[in-house]
Design a protein around this ligand. Sequence first.
Ligand SMILES: NC(=O)c1ccc[n+]([C@@H]2O[C@H](COP(=O)([O-])OP(=O)(O)OC[C@H]3O[C@@H](n4cnc5c(N)ncnc54)[C@H](O)[C@@H]3O)[C@@H](O)[C@H]2O)c1
Length: 408
Amino acid sequence: MKRFVQVGCGIRGIEGYAEPILKEYRDHVQLCGVYDVNHKRAALVSHYGGVEVPVYDDFDKMLNDVKPHTVIVTTKDCMHDFYVIKALKAGCDVIVEKPLTTTFEKANAIKKAEEESGKHVTVVFNLRYLPIFVKLKELISSGVIGDVLSVHFEWLLDTQHGADYFRRWHRQRENSGSLLVHKSTHHFDLVNWFLDDDPVAVNAFGSRRFYGPTRENRSERCLTCQHKDTCEFYLDINQPPMDKLYLECEDVDGYYRDRCIFSEEIDIEDSVSVNVLYKKGAVMSYSLTAHSPYEGMRIAFNGSEGRLEFCKIDGRYPELRKGVDNVITIINRKGEKITMNEPTDGPGGHGGADERIQENLFVGCTSDPLGQMADTRAGMMSIGIGMAANVSMAENRRVYLSEFYGDL
Ligand SMILES: NC(=O)c1ccc[n+]([C@@H]2O[C@H](COP(=O)([O-])OP(=O)(O)OC[C@H]3O[C@@H](n4cnc5c(N)ncnc54)[C@H](O)[C@@H]3O)[C@@H](O)[C@H]2O)c1
């Protein structure tokens, strides 16, 4: 049986990896050790998994003692490279959560370490497993709208989900690379995958005008805030699973899960607009809004033979979903319209995508006709757009990925 270890035992690490391994996949994979800078949080793996797992206070010692086949990396984003490279150098394969990392330099270092080690890095892009996105991939690949000439893509986070990125480590670009890397890596990866193409050049604008110090009534955190009775963004950290995972572990590392979203410390954008040129010639206009009154996404592909439109609205907005959610519309050059009403998301994490990818990660992937298992290159290409957008905004210019990646 394959020996796995895991570094990073936050909500994603536990719910997406440790817990399913210890419960559903224990006949396939053995979780032989966990490490986190916060030892209290790491110790919760045994609590959630219902099985005692050794908690290490040193990552290198864990590698040395266990000699794992695979290391799972689910720390905050800016630390991914540190553990991925150490694991590769120790002769392990790696499963790393998106985003692969947060800077071009770190991405290149991961690629070099992987090549030198002869081991393999899998980047977890669970959205490639959402049935509706699989359907879009199949339709685009089938040539139903011909060659894709342009893409129009809008992603909306509501003020419940969107605000959450402004409470935690994500809100500082040194940790997350900004939402353009942390969040949009999912979206850029989908388009790269749908088109089976590489991004070449990026132009971007961004602003932060909703979160950050935009209101006087603010505090360090919700728990002790004098405005909690009136603030619509108040988050009760005494609620599970936040109480156990974060509140009760705070004394170790001072990680407050409920920091004020109106803090001066926030240095990431909450509205971004990005243009991308692809190698085969397609162009994309993309936007991410982190303060929308509802959550969802819209994408349209304009092809040589027609146009494909798709809309998805989160289940928390049943009224807005009616008639538009999960509807694919194809309009051909004769003006004929084909409408497909796809089933809505299934149960499970991220509409059931998490459970589908777990089978491949923990049991093994024997067949992958749609190329859903993503590697280092795919990880680099998707963050490449976000990181190039960051450079574009900082330097007020068009940025080519080749400036940083060479001929990848
Ligand atoms: N694919 C998805 O849909 C999805 C969803 C959520 C999160 N994620 C990714 O999973 C990762 C974890 O996110 P999360 O929401 O669980 O965050 P989290 O803050 O809950 O957990 C991060 C953990 O990393 C630990 N950590 C921080 N610095 C560390 C270091 N130097 N060494 C070791 N451990 C360290 C923290 O103590 C914490 O336990 C992120 O990379 C995020 O992008 C992916």
